[in-house]
Design a binder for this molecule. Structure first.
Ligand SMILES: [Ca+2]
Length: 300
């Protein structure tokens, strides 16, 4: 394994890791169907996938230590990475938010999909990252604050918390957070231990919201992580977006992360195949050669 700090190849999915899982296939198929139905019906689907719909994180609002990169290494894929905290560098806190706010309807369901890596540092695991919906891009405190704690904007977050003190949910845990506090509304202890931060191991993340159906901008907010080796883990909480002050506001979507005394990296990634012109050209050239040989044979 590389020992140099902050190497993008560490975070880059291998070809195997970039190959979508079966669940990923189904997810994309259902997302495509939802989009198709959305354009046919009156209700547009509220669905976003930052992983398989290419997301250039260089265009995002980057706060604190967060940086973004873009790469086309010639392996048939193009990549962009949002690095919230740098691998092997402690004391980091960063955030990145999509540049344009969304007009989310909290009386309709919505979902977001993303992929992430937590390359392990060399000391204690920590601290984690959040997927955040907020009325203004935010950056909270480092360490256990996950780049979210202490912020005053109207917000809800899905946290992957990888470090705990005594009395807190045993890490790695999944949490629903709100109001700029890292005291969770709900938490699920995954029991994953250091498997959460196996180097170069890609996780799928998702946030699903199911509206109450009562027209009150409230519903059930669920965060999920999964991969083929370790399975799927979720946390759910009722969330009242009207009470939080997010209903009717422009909603910024993004991620925050921190590592404090630990030095794990926290990377959100996007990778899509790059269309390759060569095979099509070769095919045409091949057909042309066959045609020429057939014509020669007929002339002879
Ligand atoms: Ca924690």
């Amino acid at each position: 394994m590389s020992t140099s700090p902050c190497t993008t190849p560490v975070a880059r999915p291998s070809l195997a890791a970039a190959a979508p899982s079966t669940l990923g296939h189904l997810r994309r198929l259902s997302a495509t169907l939802a989009l198709a139905l959305g354009t046919l019906g009156a209700q547009a689907a509220q669905s976003w996938d930052f992983s398989s719909t290419f997301t250039d994180f260089r265009t995002w609002t980057l706060l604190g230590n967060a940086t973004a990169s873009y790469d086309v290494p010639g392996n048939g894929f193009k990549y962009s990475e949002l690095m919230l905290t740098q691998h092997h560098v402690g004391g980091q806190v960063g955030a990145g938010f999509a540049p344009a706010p969304l007009a989310l309807d909290f009386n309709q369901d919505f979902d977001f999909h993303f992929t992430f890596f937590i390359p392990a540092g060399e000391v204690v695991r920590g601290d984690g990252f959040t997927f955040t919906l907020t009325d203004t891009p935010l950056l909270g405190s480092a360490g256990s604050g996950l780049g979210y704690d202490g912020t005053s904007s109207a917000s809800v977050a899905f946290a992957v918390d990888t470090f705990h003190f005594n009395g807190e949910p045993v890490s790695p845990s999944l949490q629903v957070l709100a109001g700029g506090s890292v005291t969770p509304l709900a938490a699920t202890e995954t029991g994953l231990g250091d498997s959460i931060r196996v180097i170069n191991y890609q996780w799928w993340g998702a946030v699903h919201y199911t509206a109450s159906g009562l027209g009150d901008s409230a519903g059930t907010f669920t965060g999920t992580i999964e991969n083929l080796d370790y399975g799927s883990f979720s946390v759910s909480s009722g969330v009242d977006f009207a009470a939080l002050g997010l209903a009717g506001q422009p909603v910024y979507v993004g991620f925050t992360g921190a590592n404090g005394l630990a030095d794990d990296g926290h990377f959100i990634t996007s990778a899509v195949p790059v269309p390759e012109p060569q095979p099509a050209l070769l095919l045409l050239a091949g057909l042309g050669a066959v045609g020429w040989r057939l014509r020669r044979r007929q002339q002879n």
